[in-house]
Design a protein around this ligand. Structure first.
Ligand code: MN3
Length: 210
């Protein structure tokens, strides 16, 4: 069974002005679609096609050697964009409940989180992602990865390994913001906080905590 892109739970123009409609269209229907197609091409005819994307990425080091590069880049791209788009909502939603308490206790509060996350996103040289991650012991931390690497990929593939579960990610590839923000990545990062679906991130937090 092929990997598929779920439909976005909002219209392409619904996240403006934080993220403009043209960027959303190209980002989801061209970039994400390309990662998905290339992932499917790499998985086709192998037993990878029957696995979850998380299982493939956690065990990248056990994938066929000639597939590892394609899976890292396109499997990562498929998963990362799926997470990113699923945690956005027009106007944002309110941070509350267990996740709000954990951001207070583990990260020093929402403002401290925003500062750490913004710093991770702004200082990621070149292309990559900033992340809010649930660590294996259950605590939250902020990190970043290069390219399409995902926090739960093995360390040899740019991740931290199994059990490091991203619950929020910000794409800082230029394709994610350049049409509207050009070189002003910090402005894009600031605007991102206005469209975070904290209710959804809270669900992912609860799932990661088990
Ligand atoms: Mn992208």
């Amino acid at each position: 069974m092929a990997f598929e892109m779920p439909a976005l739970p909002y219209a392409l123009d619904a996240l403006a002005p934080s993220i403009d409609a043209k960027t959303m269209e190209i980002h989801s229907q061209k970039h994400w679609a390309a990662y998905t197609a290339k992932l499917n091409a790499a998985a086709e005819g192998t037993d990878l096609a029957g696995k979850t994307i998380e299982d493939i990425l956690v065990n990248l080091d056990q994938a066929p050697a000639d597939k590892q590069g394609a899976l890292r880049n396109n499997g990562g791209g498929y998963f990362n964009h799926g997470l990113f788009f699923s945690t956005l909502t027009p106007g944002g939603s309110t941070l509350a409940g267990d996740l709000a308490a954990a951001i207070d206790s583990d990260l020093g509060g929402l403002d401290a989180f925003k500062e750490a996350f913004s710093n991770a996103a702004a200082t990621r040289f070149g292309s990559g992602w900033a992340w809010l991650v649930v660590c294996p012991e259950g605590k939250l931390h902020v990190s970043s990865t290069a390219n399409q690497d995902t926090p739960f990929m093995p360390a040899a593939f740019g991740g931290q390994g199994k059990g490091y579960t991203p619950i929020l990610g910000l794409d800082v590839w230029e394709h994610a913001y350049y049409l509207n923000y050009q070189n002003r990545r910090p402005d894009y990062i600031k605007a991102f906080f206005d469209v975070i679906d904290w209710a959804k991130v809270g669900e992912l937090y609860a799932a990661a905590k088990g």
